[in-house]
Write a protein that binds this ligand. Structure first.
Ligand code: AMP
Length: 186
């Protein structure tokens, strides 16, 4: 089972991906988590990524693709995976396809969490209070939504054209969304 969780920031991707990975016993990989850890540790990757992240911009494709490639080559994803926050651009989606094909793997489903802008802003402001994420301020949230629309939304069509897209209504309780996500993954 090789899955991708798609959706705008605050759509519940992370929450649902963690839960589904546990249930299906597959690897959960969040590029946002990997990058935040790299920033915290002060690694080369972290130093390069930090500025983009704090402005709500995407980290350049080559850095992110390199990171995923290392996981694929290192056989870390062979028991199945849920990718959360990747791919986020068409070049990332193309590269992922190439990498997987090379290893005789493919995406089983791309699950899109559908959530409106108002809900997103409310949720992210709440998350800012609870988790204190540096990029959850109102200006940066707005920029991240713009970036999602401009750069990430086009990959929805990419997976639709491959007939692996499953859309899930994300404006419900986490439990109800999880039930829908689990059905969509089948
Ligand atoms: P997230 O936790 O998925 O919302 O990611 C937080 C931030 O990390 C994003 O706003 C980007 O700056 C960066 N990031 C995470 N994943 C990617 C990706 N696949 N491509 C580019 N930048 C990313």
């Amino acid at each position: 089972m090789n899955l991708i969780m798609l959706g705008p920031p605050g759509s519940g991707k992370g929450t649902q991906a963690v839960r589904l990975a546990k249930e299906l016993n597959v690897t959960h990989l969040s590029t946002g988590d990997v990058l935040r850890e790299a920033v915290k540790q002060g690694t080369e990757l972290g130093k390069k990524a930090e500025g983009f992240m704090s402005r709500g911009e995407l980290v350049p494709d080559d850095l992110i693709i390199g990171l995923i490639e290392a996981k694929v080559e290192g056989k870390e994803l062979t028991k199945g995976f849920i990718l959360d926050g990747f791919p986020r651009t068409v070049p990332q989606a193309d590269s992922l396809d190439e990498m997987l094909t090379k290893h005789s793997m493919s995406i089983s489903k791309a699950i899109l969490l559908d959530v409106g802008d108002e809900t997103i802003i409310t949720r992210l402001k709440k998350r800012a209070e609870i988790e204190g994420r540096a990029d959850d301020t109102e200006d940066v949230i707005r920029r991240r939504l713009e970036v999602y629309r401009e750069q990430t939304q086009p990959i929805v069509q990419f997976y639709k054209s491959k007939s692996v897209l499953a859309k899930v209504q994300g404006e419900d309780t986490p439990d109800n969304v999880f039930t829908a996500v689990r059905n969509a993954a089948k």
